[in-house]
Design a protein around this ligand. Sequence first.
Ligand code: ZN
Length: 689
Amino acid sequence: MTAGYPKRKVGPMTLKSPLLLAFCCGLALLAAGCKKDEPAPEFAWQIDQFADLRVLRYQVPGFEALTPKQKELVYYLSEAALCGRDIIFDENYKHNIKILRTLDAIVQGYKGDRHDPRWAAFMTYAKRVWFSNGIHHHYSNDKFAPGFDADYFAALVKGSEGVTFPLAEGQAADDLVAFLKPLLFDPAVAAKKFTQDSTQDLVVNSAVNFYEGVTQAEVEAYYKSVVDEKDETPISYGLNTRVVKKDGRIVEEVAKIDGLYGPAIAKIVSWLEKAAGVAENDHQGKVIEALIAYYQTGDLEKFDAYNVLWVQDTASLIDFVNGFIEVYNDPMGMKASWESVVNYKDLAATKRADAISGSAQWFEDNSPVDPRFKKKEVKGVSAKVITAAMLGGDCYPSTPIGINLPNANWIRKNHGSKSVTIENITYAYDQSSLKSPFGQEFTFSAELLERAKTYGPHAGNIHTDLHEVLGHGSGQLLPGVADEALKNYSSPIEESRADLFALYYIMDDKMLELGLLPHADAAKAEYDLQIRNGLMTQLTRIQPGKTVEQAHMRGRAMVSHWVYEKGKPENVISRVTKDGKTYFVVNDYPKLRRLYGQLLAEVQRITSEGDYEAAKALIETYGVQVDQELHKEVLERYAKLNLAPYAGFVNPVLTPVVADGRIVDVKIDLTEGYVEQMLRYGRDYAFLK
Ligand code: ZN
């Protein structure tokens, strides 16, 4: 039982680089081509780069057009989003807050030489901790090593003036340094945020702060004793708790207003109360009140009640996520990380998703899949496109670009779910990558590069919509086939199925007919990119000597290698070497589409019949192995580009305009720097110790 990869949330786990966005579950390739309002050219999307990270800004189009009351609501929800910052730090590791406060104090108070190269190394470390909400890499989960030594760290603490260090009662600065040294500098201490190595005790060997003083066996025994397996509407056991041993007994500390994380939750609740007062409609008011009731008690039945109300709220323009939501930081897959996203509907882009979902039955009926495996009746698929206005907790600075909630299966089944794509975030990724040398390095010709620039972003969006809105929901299992029949191959097979559905249809005339693509060349640009990625460029994310492991990447590799091999007799795709560099070039698009269709039919058959052996053969043959020579070449070419593979975002600054004691407007400002923002958050949203 491990957390594995998030299935429902498309996001930080998979976002590696703007150009690689394309290759993750349901990710917009290079999104938002349909946005006509180009920002002023001088808008700097990227504002910082360090280690393997880039920091970008996102724009918030349409904010000015909200009514004053709507802006006020966004403002309150945004404050509630920021008030949980300490929670995610503490969840990620029990000493993260102390480390954070120490780093913040040094950054603000150090009076020594800031031109010393060690200072630059220290700043890089501080920026990484801010970025990851703790001392472990947000993606690899490994503790990162400071680029300076412990003596320098001690000197920094000693040389800082006019700031407060997080000293315990009677503690001297030297004691603090002695306490923190092993946490920062000893690679063996808290080495991994969480481990997925099931030969080890997953609980004991994970640094996450969901458990204290208990073993995996104790945790499993405890939950076995409390879980009611007959309950058809079960609560999400353990979602908002920390399991500890008290007087030899296993107990759960519950996150609530007067419990675990109480001071931060109290602040969140106070902002939610204000938000409830300016809700857009009665139903939304009830949603917010239900969330407050849950935070006041920590009662997970109340959390479910909130989720049911939340999923039914489709009328409001403004929406939000706020709470203990995703469980993939817990090696046991139960405990949720705190996160928040405040957003409003992007009406124009939502029309695009509607055009696709409105034709869902047509797509199902016309797919190349055996009729036995098709859905006779495609249920209402709802999807909306949103604009993020504030990111918090585990969604900041590294953020998802799509969310599908709630997670409780019985709520999804009985009440549905909300699926969103966050367009202004993908747009920021795209814009920041336009000048990236990545495309030029790996695209065969100037002509193809030009086509990719013209149509790539738009086509990428449509691919995402097709993958998310239709692909995952298409097809059906034969009676008696279990959901988990494909076991460890189910995720890569499922992702390849959704991709193949998208790839097959993106080149269909229906796209032009529905007005979804401007030109048939757009689909070709998408094919170029998918082939290049699956056969070559996604190798930039794999360490030398390793094989493809991540589910989405396996799916992409399998699809591309399969069509490449099967198309060889007719030279559908060729491998070309130019100036010693390898490229993959598509020669025949209609034939490639036919191959995608054939593979879609086969992958659907495997899924519908639960054919484990066939799934295994497909993935192992085409999706796992890496051509070592090509891998080496790709890594060398990529290294020369000096790109940071992971990106995150700073938030806008929202400032209320008050007249006669009331908020009459909210101003939005996008100019705050990364260090500035982190220090401000550290000052204004520090509620826990
Ligand atoms: Zn997907």
